[in-house]
Ligand binder design. Structure first.
Ligand code: ADE
Ligand code: ZN
Ligand code: ZN
Length: 260
């Protein structure tokens, strides 16, 4: 017999599972980064990229790395979406994961794209992966603590629903804001040339450390079980917007270096 309790249990299970483990800047975040990057590409880089992607845009391919998670043949790429290392150490002071991580993943993508020996198929694959991973790099909790899976194990409430800290930063805030990826990409903060230069400065590891230092603040921003809502959004969404914009500018920098 289907009692009210059974229905409640079913709904609870569905909503808990839906919210308990999901691993990426949501689709919107990745697409924003790709779309912003487009605006900073040189003409030559644009042409080369259009050739490799056969006309598909950076926003369109930005979620490919998540789509292939449903295919067991690509299982080996799952650890490439994040990197965990002690907050008081530099990357590499502890032995990096043998399964690979975000830093090694990005290195591999750049290597393949720079090599004259790479096949067209490999170039397409690794370009799509690179666009995604530069997005992930800018989600602070993708450079979070391993023991709580970058905040995935920290349950919180998002308004009335169950969620976790990682998911709040991947997608809840961005989705709550209610803008499409093009609207978000078209409404970035206006930056001076020197501000853009400051964002482009450095390399992947510098940006990883920047994300990790934001991750420390993110961990301090919420307690287990806390109900997060309007105030959390007000305090933290500006950081999300800034990270998406930096991600776009830095993705373009890397792509211009390779293809420009
Ligand atoms: N997703 C799954 N495991 C993770 C981790 N350790 N850090 C960040 N994101 C993750
Ligand atoms: Zn994530
Ligand atoms: Zn990812």
């Amino acid at each position: 017999m289907i009692t009210r309790y059974t229905v409640f249990l079913l709904l609870f299970t569905i909503s808990f599972n839906a919210s308990s483990f999901n691993n990426d800047w949501g689709k919107t975040g990745h697409r924003v980064t790709g779309e912003i990057a487009d605006n900073y590409l040189t003409e030559k880089a644009k042409r080369n990229i259009a050739n490799i992607l056969k006309g598909k845009g950076l926003a369109f391919v930005s979620i490919y790395a998540d789509e292939i998670k449903s295919d067991d043949r690509y299982k080996g790429y799952s650890p490439w979406h994040y990197v965990n290392f002690s907050f008081d150490k530099k990357y590499g002071e502890e032995t990096p994961s043998k399964q690979g991580d975000l830093v090694q993943g990005i290195q591999k993508c750049v290597e393949v794209l720079k090599s004259e020996d790479s096949s067209e198929d490999d170039k397409e694959f690794y370009l799509k992966m690179l666009v995604h991973f530069i997005g992930d790099l800018h989600q602070p909790l993708h450079v979070g603590r391993g023991e709580d899976k970058g905040g995935n194990d920290i349950q919180v409430r998002w308004f009335r629903d169950g969620s976790n800290l990682h998911r709040v930063w991947d997608s809840e805030m961005i989705d709550y804001y209610g803008m499409s990826y093009t609207e978000l990409a078209n409404n970035t903060d206006e930056l001076s040339l020197s501000e853009i230069e400051a964002i482009k400065k450095g390399e992947v590891l510098d940006w990883i450390y920047e994300s990790q230092s934001l991750a420390k603040k993110v961990y301090a921003s919420a307690n287990v079980g806390e109900k997060l809502g309007y105030k959390y959004m007000y305090n933290n969404f500006p950081i999300v917007r800034a990270q998406l914009q930096k991600g776009g500018i830095r993705l373009a920098k890397i792509l211009n270096d390779i293809f420009g």
